[in-house]
Design a binder for this molecule. Sequence first.
Ligand SMILES: Nc1ncnc2c1ncn2[C@@H]1O[C@H](COP(=O)(O)OP(=O)(O)OP(=O)(O)O)[C@@H](O)[C@H]1O
Length: 269
Amino acid sequence: MEMHSARQLQELPYYEAQGEECRLFEHAHTSRLPLLIKGPTGCGKTRLVEHMAARLGRPLITVSCHDDLSAADLVGRHLIQGGDTRWFDGPLTRAVREGAICYLDEVVEARKDTTVVLHPLADDRRMLAVERTGELLQAAPGFMLVISYNPGYQNLLKGLKPSTRQRFVALGLDYPAPAVERAIVAAESGCTDAVAAQLVSLAQALRRLTAQDLEETVSTRLLVMAARLHRAGLALLPACRAAIIDALTDEADTSAALHEVLRAVIGDG
Ligand SMILES: Nc1ncnc2c1ncn2[C@@H]1O[C@H](COP(=O)(O)OP(=O)(O)OP(=O)(O)O)[C@@H](O)[C@H]1O
């Protein structure tokens, strides 16, 4: 395990490991391999990347991908400024030049033309062609490409092309084991261990129930939100209703079933 100064540790974004993922991340970085993190929403993918970027001492550049995101959005473009046309690096180009970690969140959302720039960066070449300026950039040593994707709902259909997937080392995350999730909920909200335990029991019960009925089930993020509402003074039952149940579904039957579980686990809160 790498040693950290007290100052470094202080500034490290809190991340509670599920298993060996920090070690894998570190080895991928040392080996100059790009990383694909897959897992459901709110399970800690982004927090892991933030934690590891700080731990490895690399700047982090995050891009939330959406269906309009193009290669030019990543690489850069010419813009008119004060009558002159100037080139502005996009986030990927900045990361390549600076040796930063570039995190493309929900990469399957991005337009297909982005794969053209990602492929040469994600294999041995570690090159980025900036066509508009005629530059061919070699990624600086600390550069690492990290992409995340949620294999749930429509993404199973959209998917990632095999030629893209096979350029990345893959890391699968899921919702953490109960003891780990309790620690996260308590640390992130400041709630008591007893409340964290109740929330995680609720999550366990809801996850069993919702596996067939919902596209996405209750995430660690929602548990933290419920705990924060409670910590701010709201009773646990309404906090869970607002942060968890009503966030999960608009459908009357499913909502009734979830409320039943809520009352069974939390009681009158
Ligand atoms: N292992 C963990 N350590 C610390 N906090 C965590 C962990 N897992 C989840 N959390 C908490 O849950 C929240 C959501 O986690 P995060 O943003 O990393 O999820 P994500 O997997 O990136 O979600 P999405 O796919 O929706 O972007 C965090 O802000 C943090 O409060």
